[in-house]
Ligand binder design. Sequence first.
Ligand SMILES: Nc1ncnc2c1ncn2[C@@H]1O[C@H](COP(=O)(O)OP(=O)(O)OP(=O)(O)O)[C@@H](O)[C@H]1O
Ligand SMILES: [Mg+2]
Length: 299
Amino acid sequence: MSALLQTELGSLALLARGKVRDIYALSEQPESDLVFVATDRISAFDHVLGSGIPDKGKILTQLSLFWFDFLKDLAPNHLVTAEVREFPAGLQPYAEQLEGRTMIVRRARMFPVECVARGYLSGSGWKDYRTTGAVCGIALPSGLRESDKLPEPIFTPAAKVNTGGHDENISFTRVVETVGQETADRLRELTLAIYEKASEYAASRGVILADTKFEFGLIDGRIALADEVLTPDSSRYWPADQYRPGGPTPSFDKQYVRDYLESIGWNKRAPAPALPAEVVARTRDKYLQAYELLTRHRM
Ligand SMILES: Nc1ncnc2c1ncn2[C@@H]1O[C@H](COP(=O)(O)OP(=O)(O)OP(=O)(O)O)[C@@H](O)[C@H]1O
Ligand SMILES: [Mg+2]
């Protein structure tokens, strides 16, 4: 079993390599659809690690497809097709590389805002709360503990930081300044509605959706859900039976990786280390488990 760390699609123009995805233009038309390929790269502490997790890209893609379908009545999305045999002829020579991990998507004009919904106090939300009593300017009751459930889910947007590094939490006012009142209102409304529907479903599968991040963009002038959705990379999932408020809750997927990186005392600067085979295998199991729990399918 090997991990796919980087794709090569011959003459197709590579538009971007993100931390996880390789993104190509399907044709030379300026508005052409995108080939959106999830590799097996894994990042931690904002660095892509030296080892991949075999099949991770497939798992993320299949989970996103599950959720796009689940949410289709709430929000339009960027998916055109994920069936490799429906891809244009020029991509067929790469079918094996692309299988299961690739979506053809509409190119969206992305809003420069990460739309985060939080139902629980964790990560950067907990950090903000500890220092200011609020998250993204939303005041919260005093006395909350780490991982506590919030009185109601909140919209806590972040600004995309391009040069690696953490995204920065911003106030709703900043979102309004960036995209206008009407769009800001709609992004908040969509984010919270999707969070509510998805977290209710996840709970029925024994999983807490503590928080999650969406990216929206404009397609044909309409707000559409883009990027990946509700994957372990974009969301904080907790096994409900291990939920203990009052401290950090182990994340579903990357806990072994983070623990390992802490244990070797990596300084969190490039180059990021490779992972031992056992950490890779256990992490792969976690991604698979999240997929199987949430979708009730087997890979
Ligand atoms: N339909 C779309 N049209 C245009 N861009 C999109 C679309 N969907 C997602 N994107 C962008 O594609 C990229 C996805 O790649 P990936 O998830 O690997 O990046 P990332 O690590 O999250 O971000 P970064 O770009 O900072 O590396 C993101 O920058 C996202 O905003
Ligand atoms: Mg991403």
